[in-house]
Design a protein. Structure first.
Length: 305
């Protein structure tokens, strides 16, 4: 039964490297255990993630943690399962390789309860380079690749350049998620945070940035490899084509295509500017990101899980 409180949903797939840290940080939340729960949705993992989660839950029976299995592959399937399983009226999503600060749950619940007119919220996401140093090619134009989301220290509504909450740290009321139709199951990995924001917006545009709700996003060495970089930007383009076509029409698809082409041209200009600054590699990777996104847009569905 749905009641007042916070359901934290963690969708996981083959994340044995970081899932224990995620479990531990959620076990250390300052919020009263009777006011929240954590639902771990295993999206058909083939490593030891499920074993680690089940063992942790069994050894901490006092914690409001649950494990559920979702056989349908795809992050949207897993997130929709999390919504269905949620027992409280506010649903927060964090990644399985994220670590939330102890006041994370309390901050979100207090804000949402104090502002019943607010439909959702997003917090700050700080990349944590857990195996390698931040790469030399990283720039503000590639912040989305590591899910970085830092809009300062002021609470404010998402709009303009702030865009929407990142999926690593986003919250919506369960009722409005259901009214919006949930996540688009055709999107298997990327663009689902954008999709759900645009699905919620016609119902309510009151979605706020909460700088005090902080998670640290672990970035491992594999994610920084060129093959992973290429794959995720290809997936971004592929999922954006699916999202736009599902939610709009052929005209919307053409507009998105033109947008990506213009961004690719702009990335070339940025590359030249970075060359002048003696930071050529930063510009080159911006070009790579736009090229792979554009290429993915014209490709068939690119499944990364």
């Amino acid at each position: 039964m749905q009641g007042p409180g916070l359901s934290i949903v963690v969708c996981t797939y083959n994340r044995q490297k970081f899932i224990y840290n995620c479990l531990e940080c959620l076990a250390l939340q300052t919020l009263d255990p009777g006011s929240f729960e954590v639902v771990f949705v295993d999206n058909n993992s083939t490593d030891k993630s499920a074993e680690i989660i089940k063992k942790f839950i069994a050894s901490h029976p006092q914690l409001p943690f649950r494990y559920v299995f979702e056989a349908n592959k795809g992050l949207s399937f897993a997130r929709n399962r999390g919504i269905a399983e949620a027992r409280f009226d506010i649903v927060t999503f964090i990644d399985d390789d994220a670590e939330a600060e102890p006041e994370f749950a309390q901050t979100i619940l207090s804000f949402m309860q104090a502002h019943p007119e607010v439909a959702g919220a997003g917090g700050k996401v700080i990349p944590k380079y857990s195996e390698n140093a931040e790469p030399k090619w990283m720039s503000k134009y590639l912040a989305g690749y590591v899910a970085k989301s830092d809009h300062g220290q002021t609470e404010r509504q998402y709009e303009g350049e702030m865009k929407y909450p990142t999926g690593c740290n986003m919250t919506y009321r369960k009722e409005i998620l259901l009214k919006a139709g949930g996540f688009n199951n055709k999107l298997t990995f990327r663009s689902d945070d954008k999709q759900i924001y645009y699905a919620v917006k016609p119902l309510s545009d009151k979605v706020f940035y909460l700088p005090q709700a902080v998670v640290y996003h672990n970035i491992d060495a594999e994610r920084l490899e060129f093959a992973s970089f290429k794959k995720l930007f290809m997936k971004t383009g592929s999922d954006e084509r699916i999202r736009v076509k599902t939610e709009g029409n052929d005209v919307a698809v053409v507009k998105k295509m033109v947008e990506y082409m213009l961004k690719f041209v702009a990335s070339g200009l940025l590359w030249l500017l970075y060359i002048l600054k003696r930071q050529e590699i930063k510009g080159r990777y911006v070009v790579y990101s736009q090229w792979f996104t554009l290429k993915g847009f014209f490709s068939k569905n690119v499944f990364v899980r």
